[in-house]
Design a binder for this molecule. Structure first.
Ligand SMILES: Nc1ncnc2c1ncn2[C@@H]1O[C@H](COP(=O)(O)OP(=O)(O)OP(=O)(O)O)[C@@H](O)[C@H]1O
Length: 265
C-alpha cells in the first residue's frame, strides 16, 4: 500500500518537473512495468510526442537495478538506428533516474493481433521476419542484443518496423558457446534474439489459426506449414541446430517459391 502511494506521489513530482523545467507538456502515464513507469509528453512548440521513462521508486536504492537502467540509456544512445526511438535527454528527479526518448506513434503487434484481430498470411509473416532480421543484423553489428523481442515491443509505424524497450538489452558476448547456454531467452548473444523471433513468428502465424480439434496439439501439427518453414522455426527455437548469426538466419529464410506453393493463404 505504501509503495502505491509512493509511486502516486512521484507521478506528481514528474508532472511538476516536466511542467516547470522542460519544454514539454505532460500528457499522461502510458505504462507501468516491473522496473519503470512511462509517460507521454508533447513538445510545446513542435507538438512532437516523446516518452519519459523513469525507474520505479522502490528500486531507487538498488545498485544493480540502477546500473541496468543506466545501461538501458547507454544502449539506446549507442544504437542510433531509424527503427529505434532516439534518446533525447536524461536526468534525475528527486534522486530517481529518468530519460526522454522519441515516441513511436505506431501499433504494437500485440495490439494488431489481439485488439484489431489482424491476421498475417505466411507470406506476410515471412516478410516481417525478414525485415526484423535485417534490423537485428544492425543491432548485433553494434554489439547489442535486445533480449526481449516480444509482440508488445515490436511496432509498425508507417509500414516500418520499430523496436522499443531496451530494458533487458545487453552487450554481446561473442565468445559464448552454444552448449553453455541454459536459457536461450537470457543468452547474451544472437541466440536470444533469434529465439524470440521464432516465438514472434509463431504469434504471427497463429493469427490465421482457428482450432478444429478440442485437444491442443503442437504448433507443428496445428499450423499447416510447409516443411521448410517448420524446420526454419525449429532452428530459431533451437529444436534443430541453431543459426550461427542473424545474417545466417536471414540467408536461410525459406525461399519464396516454397512458400507460395502452399494453400495456407
Ligand atoms: N518510445 C516509445 N514509443 C511508444 N511507446 C512506448 C515507447 N516506450 C514505451 N512505450 C510504451 O509505454 C509502455 C511502457 O513501456 P516500458 O518499456 O516502459 O515498460 P514495460 O514494457 O511496460 O515494462 P518493463 O519496465 O518491465 O520493461 C508500453 O505500453 C510501451 O508500449
Amino acid at each position: 500500500m505504501l509503495r502505491y502511494f509512493s509511486e502516486k506521489k512521484y507521478n506528481h513530482l514528474v508532472k511538476d518537473y516536466v511542467t516547470a523545467k522542460t519544454i514539454y507538456n505532460f500528457i499522461e502515464e502510458i505504462g507501468v512495468g516491473a522496473y519503470g513507469v512511462a509517460y507521454l509528453l508533447e513538445d510545446m512548440n513542435t507538438h512532437k510526442k516523446y516518452v519519459l521513462k523513469r525507474l520505479k521508486t522502490k528500486h531507487r536504492h538498488k545498485k544493480k537495478i540502477r546500473q541496468k537502467f543506466d545501461q538501458e540509456i547507454s544502449i539506446l544512445n549507442e544504437i542510433e538506428l531509424p527503427n529505434v526511438p532516439k534518446l533525447v535527454s536524461k536526468g534525475e528527479i528527486s534522486g530517481i533516474p529518468f530519460y526522454i526518448m522519441d515516441y513511436i506513434e505506431g501499433k504494437t503487434f500485440e495490439q494488431s493481433i489481439f485488439q484489431d484481430g489482424q491476421i498475417f498470411s505466411l507470406k506476410q509473416s515471412m516478410q516481417i521476419t525478414k525485415e526484423l532480421l535485417q534490423i537485428l543484423i544492425e543491432f548485433h553489428k553494434k554489439g547489442i542484443v535486445h533480449r526481449d523481442l516480444r509482440i508488445p515491443n515490436i511496432l509498425l509505424k508507417d509500414n516500418t518496423l520499430h523496436i522499443i524497450d531496451f530494458g533487458l538489452a545487453a552487450y554481446m558476448k561473442p565468445e559464448l558457446q552454444l552448449d553453455k547456454i541454459n536459457n536461450p531467452k537470457r543468452a547474451e548473444n544472437h541466440i536470444s534474439d533469434l529465439y524470440y523471433i521464432g516465438h514472434f513468428l509463431l504469434f504471427l502465424l497463429y493469427s490465421t489459426y482457428t482450432p478444429t480439434k478440442k485437444k491442443e496439439r503442437s504448433w507443428q501439427e496445428e499450423l499447416l506449414l510447409p516443411q521448410e518453414v517448420i524446420e526454419y522455426i525449429e532452428r530459431l527455437l533451437i529444436i534443430r541446430p541453431a543459426f550461427s548469426s542473424a545474417a545466417d538466419a536471414l540467408q536461410s529464410l525459406p525461399l519464396r517459391e516454397h512458400i507460395e506453393n502452399t494453400n495456407i493463404y
